[in-house]
Design a protein around this ligand. Structure first.
Ligand code: SAM
Length: 263
């Protein structure tokens, strides 16, 4: 059986009793970084053998792991923090196990997405998670435009090095929440417009791990009532999308054909 085991996202106490038992009892632990995992394993007196299993070794190690699972071994998969596969390695292995009918189970546990979502103080449903904010300015703006049009919350993982660029690329009145250093000593919840949070980080150097949440306007009356062309103009002016891209996004969201909007 393959066990997908979440580990803490900061506070070492955030691990379940079941996760500790599985890690103690299994035959092998696949770790994104064995040295990093060592801190947690030592803390909980877990002596199980570990091997590294990261994005670069995933394909190479797969066959050997599948063989061991087929022989009946119990293997646990952990990442450096939180839930494996959530922006962490493991997807190929899990898919392969399903294909080969090898039993897989996923233990519930720590993950930055639901933790931030319940702290944000905004209606949490619907929400979408779009991974890390893209580095390329064009892609970043397109995703922010989609987040603006979404009828709920859009969550991204973000780094302190990129957050200023990110806030600077948003329309100034975009509603944003940043949950920083969750479960750690300097945990912080910041909410305001993109302009306000940009000013905050221009004064105080951003640090630590963070989840960025954008409140979409898709549910508001103003958004529902605006025409596809008004939306196209907003996307071009406030999100600086190229006309072709703005037409594509606006037509898709308003449910009309691109051809009609071109006209
Ligand atoms: N698998 C992890 C999970 O379940 O949340 C996420 C791994 S991803 C490689 C790392 C990113 O998750 C960080 O850059 C940050 O955006 C977010 N993250 C992880 N721990 C966090 C924390 N304690 N507070 C805020 N964000 C965190």
């Amino acid at each position: 059986m393959l066990y997908i085991v979440p580990t803490p996202i900061g506070n070492l106490e955030d691990i379940t009793l079941r996760a500790i038992r599985v890690l103690k009892e299994c035959d092998l632990i696949l770790c994104e970084d064995t040295r990093h995992a060592g801190i947690l394993l030592k803390h909980y007196d877990i002596a199980t053998k570990t091997i590294s299993f990261h994005s670069f070794s995933e394909a190479k190690r797969e066959e050997e792991i599948i063989e061991r699972l087929q022989k009946g071994e119990n293997i646990a998969l952990i990442s450096d923090a939180g839930t494996p596969l959530i922006q962490d390695p493991g997807m190929r292995l899990v898919t392969k196990c399903h294909k080969q009918e090898i039993a897989v189970t996923s233990l519930p546990g720590a993950c930055a997405i639901p933790t931030a979502l319940s702290l944000a103080g905004l209606e949490p449903t619907p929400f979408q998670f779009l991974g890390f904010v893209p580095k390329k300015p064009g892609e970043m703006k397109r995703l922010f435009a989609k987040a603006y049009c979404y009828p709920g919350l859009t969550l991204f993982y973000e780094t302190p090095h990129h957050i200023v660029k990110c806030l600077d690329a948003m329309p100034t009145d975009m509603e944003v929440v940043i949950c920083r250093e969750l479960s750690k000593k300097f945990e912080e919840h910041l909410s305001g417009t993109a302009k306000e949070l940009l000013a905050h980080f221009q004064q105080k150097t951003p640090k630590g791990e963070m989840v960025l949440i954008i409140k979409g306007a898709g549910q508001t009356k103003a958004f529902e009532e605006c025409s596809a062309d008004e939306l196209r103009i907003k996307l071009e002016e406030e999100f600086t999308l190229m006309r072709k891209e703005a037409i594509k996004v606006a037509a898709e969201l308003k449910g009309i054909s691109k051809k009609n909007l071109y006209k």
